[in-house]
Design a protein around this ligand. Sequence first.
Ligand SMILES: [Cu+2]
Length: 148
Amino acid sequence: MSKTNSKQQLTSLLFSLLFACTSYAQQSINVSEAWVRIPPPGMQMMAGYGTFTNLTGNTIELVDAQSVSFESVGFHISEVVDGISSMRKLDSIILQPDEPAVFEPGSRHLMIYTLKYDTQPEGVQIDFIDKLGATHSVEFRFLKSAPE
Ligand SMILES: [Cu+2]
């Protein structure tokens, strides 16, 4: 092995380490079982669910959500008040370290309006924006019912 080659290898190793660290730093939120319920034909309104885990040591406050695939995405909670079920908008979602935030049917959910495509894709990306302006991208699957 020539000296140049090993130097190149070292450089590429350093770059891949650097890249690994960078991508790890960007992964500050994990959402397990991220899914959007397939709406009935003709229905524009959908809900998204999943368990959000904050992988950092600091509180993350999600203040907005958006997707290139949907007209709008927001945070909602379903409640039963005096026997009547309704939903209300949540301004933000606070994710504490080591305290998973569950979004599930009948409770907190992503309120989603209008898929922009004629054909429904298998999955969509939803971007969550935190209070500091950082974006956290999450892949959601389209499913008929909650994943097993
Ligand atoms: Cu809702």
